[in-house]
Structures are given as structure tokens and as C-alpha cells.
Design a binder for this molecule. Structure first.
Ligand code: G3P
Ligand code: MG
Length: 361
């Protein structure tokens, strides 16, 4: 029996020249609730001992909390042990901007704890937009009508002295890390920062760089119909800014469907591949050839997940589920996926059968 199991493991190890990227919202979760049999589907990618046998990661345009925290949260919700390195969020590539802004004063906004996300990446002088705004009396003229705060519990204290000299030091960049919570305030304060060269109250045409973690117009979430995403906020900000400012808004958007997101996923998956097994295929591989014969992107949003996989090209194969943004009977007309299935469970079943992996079946 033991020999049989050992043999099975060896076969699977030798054959695992594929990887999987899972979208989260609308594929794995809706809100905080697992959908499409996601816990069962993920469990099939591990041995009974808990060893990861199929390299996989989460490729989400969502975010707002550090990857370590998100991995812990996902592990609890899904019942498998997920490592931080398996979680790629929309804002994860902001790390690459560290060289440029490590010691510069920057602001970050969005749901969750955007300032914590940025400081964990190594940015030394980061303020949440909320904290930044609190140092400017009356910057939000309707704030007294708001009976909520978007500030994380840990930061909720009366701002005594600004942590940085925000009245004289310019903001060098603004980051929209996740879905903004208070659109009105954020549009107002971002317009102030961007039109004044980083010093609200003044006028200066040098717009500081503005970065968005993603550009999703809509996403699924828990409500029956789609919700406005970070891309909708970008359009709102842009429309207002371009009406009140002579120079058009300049911004950079990250996240899927950008091809670099898929390239980065390939790198992470190949690291997982070599750490999760003795890489038998390595020795036989033609130098310079791809470590994977197939990489599967399982998503719910045709214009984000499927388009991204299509643009990335070989070895990506797109699988569209019907548990989120896409609910159609047939394939999507503009961005047809390589395969359409009802759920992530069906997608994983298809992949494991196609790759001749029998584990957990
Ligand atoms: O806010 C999250 C949403 O924009 C998309 O998340 O996991 O579907 O890429 P996901
Ligand atoms: Mg999604």
C-alpha cells in the first residue's frame, strides 16, 4: 500500500509540468463566502499529508491588506494552507516602485489598510489618504455629515501633530491600493493633491504620479448584481479632474489584464514548482524552454481574466466560470475563453483529468 502511494507521488511529481492561477472574487469567493466548491477543488491540489503537489497561486485584482494577512485569511476560509507567496494582489507589483519612492512622502487609499500594505513593501513615508486629509481643516466640506471613518482601528486617535510636514512637504505620488471607500472625499483630496503638485491649497501644474492597483470596471462581490470597481472610481476621478484642470489626468494602472501580471505569475509558479518537488523535468528540458507546458487561468471576468491570459499567450489556457461576472450560457463573444465551465470545481476536475492526475478524485 505504502509503495503504491509512493509510486503515485512520484508519478505526480514527474508529471506536474503545469500550474494554475485562480482569480478570487467570483471564482473562489463572493464576499467572504466560498463559491463553486472552491475548498474541495483546492484540496485536490495537495497530498493527504498536506504537501502541495500542483503549483498554484491566486491572481486577484483585489487587495487592501498585506499578502501575509490575506494568505492567513484565505487559509481559514478555504481549509488549506496557503503561503503568502501564493497570493498576488493588484497592488503586489507596487513593490517594484520602491526604488523610486522609498524615502518620499506618498499617500495611499482604498478599503482595508492601504498605508500598512505600502509600509510592508518598504515605503518609509506613507500616509493613508484619510490621515493626510485629517491634517487639513475643512478639506472635505461635508465631513461633519459623515458618521463613519475609514481609518483602521489601530490608527483611530486624535491626530496631534502631523507625522510629516504635510503643510510644506509635497506628496510625491498617490496610490489607489484597493476599492476606495469614500469616493467623494477621495476624489476631492486627490484632485487637491494632483492639481497642486502635491501640496493642497496651492496651484502647480506638475502632477505627482498616480497609480491604480487595478482597473476593473465591475466585480462580482456578494450582491446579486455586479458592483462598481476601482476602474469605475478611476473614470469618476478622471472625469472630474479633466473638467477642473487644464491638463488631463495622467495615471498608471496595474493588475490583470496587463501582460506583466501573467509573466510575474509564471515566475512565482516556477519557483513553487521547484520548491514543491525534485524537478525531474529540469534535466530533460531544452535550455531556454518554458518550465511549464500549460498554465491555466481560472477567472470569472472575460475582459480581465480571459483577455489577460489570451494576451499573455503560450502556455496560458483560459477557463471561464459562471460563478461571477460572467453568467452567460455560451462563451463570451468578445473574449472567448478556451473553456467555459459552471464552477471552479469543474475547472479543476477538467485540469486534473487532462493532466492525468488522479489525486483526490
Ligand atoms: O475588488 C476586487 C475585484 O476588483 C476583482 O477581484 O479576484 O476578481 O480579480 P478578482
Ligand atoms: Mg473575479
Amino acid at each position: 500500500m505504502r509503495e503504491k502511494i509512493k509510486l503515485k507521488i512520484e508519478i505526480n511529481r514527474a508529471r506536474c509540468n503545469f500550474g494554475i492561477a485562480f482569480d478570487i472574487d467570483g471564482v473562489i469567493l463572493r464576499g467572504r463566502v466560498p463559491v463553486g466548491g472552491s475548498p474541495q477543488a483546492l484540496r485536490r491540489l495537495y497530498l493527504d499529508s498536506g504537501e502541495l503537489i500542483v503549483p498554484y497561486l491566486f491572481l486577484t485584482n483585489g487587495g487592501g491588506i498585506p499578502e501575509t494577512k490575506r494568505a492567513k485569511e484565505l487559509s481559514e476560509l478555504l481549509g488549506v494552507n496557503i503561503m503568502a507567496s501564493q497570493v498576488v494582489q493588484g497592488h503586489s507589483p507596487f513593490r517594484n516602485l520602491l526604488k523610486k519612492f522609498e524615502n518620499e512622502l506618498i499617500i495611499a487609499t482604498g478599503k482595508g489598510d492601504p498605508a500598512l500594505v505600502m509600509s510592508e513593501y518598504g515605503f518609509k513615508k506613507v500616509l493613508s489618504l484619510e490621515e493626510f486629509a485629517s491634517y487639513f481643516e475643512s478639506i472635505d466640506p461635508v465631513s461633519q455629515y459623515k458618521r463613519w471613518t475609514t481609518m483602521p482601528q489601530s490608527d483611530r486617535k486624535e491626530p496631534a501633530m502631523p507625522r510629516y510636514n504635510v503643510l510644506s512637504e509635497r506628496i510625491k505620488a498617490a496610490f489607489v491600493v484597493s476599492d476606495p471607500v469614500d469616493w467623494g472625499r477621495d476624489i476631492q483630496v486627490l484632485c487637491d493633491v494632483l492639481r497642486s503638485g502635491g501640496l493642497p491649497g496651492g496651484a502647480n501644474n506638475n502632477q505627482p504620479p498616480l497609480y491604480f492597483a487595478a482597473d476593473d470596471l465591475e466585480y462580482q462581490a456578494a450582491f446579486p448584481s455586479k458592483r462598481l470597481g476601482i476602474g469605475a472610481f478611476r473614470i469618476a476621478l478622471e472625469s472630474v479632474f479633466n473638467r477642473i484642470n487644464p491638463k488631463r489626468l495622467e495615471c498608471v494602472t496595474y493588475g490583470k489584464p496587463n501582460p506583466f501580471v501573467f509573466k510575474n505569475a509564471e515566475v512565482i509558479l516556477s519557483q513553487l514548482q521547484s520548491s514543491s518537488r525534485q524537478d525531474h523535468s529540469k534535466n530533460n528540458r531544452v535550455p531556454g524552454s518554458h518550465p511549464f507546458e500549460m498554465l491555466y487561468m481560472i477567472g470569472d471576468n472575460p475582459s480581465v481574466d480571459v483577455k489577460g491570459a489570451q494576451q499573455a499567450g503560450h502556455p496560458w489556457f483560459s477557463i471561464l466560470t459562471r460563478t461571477g461576472v460572467f453568467q452567460g450560457k455560451d462563451n463570451h463573444a468578445e473574449f472567448p475563453a478556451d473553456l467555459v465551465v459552471d464552477s471552479v470545481e469543474e475547472a479543476v476536475d477538467y485540469i486534473l483529468k487532462r493532466e492525468c492526475i488522479e489525486l483526490g478524485a
